[in-house]
Ligand binder design. Sequence first.
Ligand SMILES: Cc1cc2nc3c(=O)[nH]c(=O)nc-3n(C[C@H](O)[C@H](O)[C@H](O)COP(=O)(O)OP(=O)(O)OC[C@H]3O[C@@H](n4cnc5c(N)ncnc54)[C@H](O)[C@@H]3O)c2cc1C
Length: 409
Amino acid sequence: MRQQADRRIVVVGAGQAGGRVCAELRSRGSDRPIVMIGDEPVPPYERPPLSKAVLLGLAQPTDALVNPAGFYAAHDIDLLSGMRVTAIDRSNRRVVCSDGSKIVFDRLILATGLTPRRLAASGGDLPGVLYLRTASDAHELRRQITGARPRVAIVGGGPIGLEVAASARQLGLDVTVIEQTPRCLGRLMPEKSARTIERLHAERGVKIISSQGVRAVHGVQRVESLVLDSGKVIPADLVVVGVGSVANDDLARVSGLATGQGIVVDAHCRTSDPAIYAIGDVAVRLNAWCGGPTRLESWDNAESQARVVASHITDQTSCTEGIPWFWTDQYDWNVQVVGVPRAAHKPVARVIEPGRKEIHFYLDGRVPRSAVLFNAGSERRAVAAILAAGKPCPDVLLQDIGVSLKGLA
Ligand SMILES: Cc1cc2nc3c(=O)[nH]c(=O)nc-3n(C[C@H](O)[C@H](O)[C@H](O)COP(=O)(O)OP(=O)(O)OC[C@H]3O[C@@H](n4cnc5c(N)ncnc54)[C@H](O)[C@@H]3O)c2cc1C
């Protein structure tokens, strides 16, 4: 028994990164005992459908599992669902669980994700003010959005806010997006690309109010309206808040690991304690593409950091760092961002089908550094290869749809 504990890997957080690291450890031949502890009552599932297919009623929140049902038992992984880890006892190499049990580890992997930032406005906790992170959030949002609540206000014009806006419009609701900065998606893409997405929403009847914060939420039994900084009142039957996130790094911080807007890790995703790793939305890792330590919130980042840790634990090698990539689906549009677009970089557009299928490259001088692909996902690998090559490329070649992107890397 003691021998087993001496080799045990404990994973805290049963989400995208936690589920994937278990699968990667087994596929790389690790026969160590694995215990995964997650505070949600269900096995790891993918979150991207929550704001899209699930909200539209086309899928259930946990239809898309990270690993098939039965995977954990079949691979001798103890999955403790509905259990929270409340502390890390580093000196005794064990975690403390919400039921008081203590589990010894040889390696610990923290994959605790993030928590949506709360709306800092009076009345922000009224019934009808909702957030979207978990399957249970999605279930409640779907219930309320389809329950004769015709006016939806979305606070925050980030990807989740805009995905919810698109789904709500597709359900025939009246949708207003309130964005505090001058434009939506400001953290994720430069103006040219962001405006394309704003236009997409405007054409479908979404009202976008920018450069306005929310001063108060009003209502008696539940939300009835929002008051903006300007004093303007927006009637709303339902409010969905998407104003950023806070990393779930408290376990790490309290146990003395290095943190700062997340859990700080090295290239192997090791924390300041070499027996403890952190991966996914919670991890802050040096990323050459981002120009410094960065916490990336994307499906791909959770997947790739899980691979980094599994390879480090199994054979002490490290996977190479991939170029950051994420996608968002809004209406019938698929938008993919490769690299880290910067406002200072020059946009060069490759227009494949005007107003629908375009690639916006962003160049540092003559070198393409990032790109936003509108309905052009089949070109993503070719675009990533061009960016990874880091070579100067004439604008005309990027623009000319007669020139294959594959040949430009
Ligand atoms: C609505 C929505 C739509 C998205 N759409 C896209 C998309 O289109 N494209 C894209 O690239 N990315 C998308 N993402 C982002 C992507 O899903 C996340 O980046 C990914 O889930 C991160 O994985 P993770 O394992 O780090 O965190 P999570 O998947 O959040 O998993 C963390 C888990 O840890 C649990 N936990 C936390 N603390 C404890 C504790 N102390 N004890 C036990 N368990 C704990 C949490 O409850 C959670 O279950 C979306 C996210 C959301 C919410």
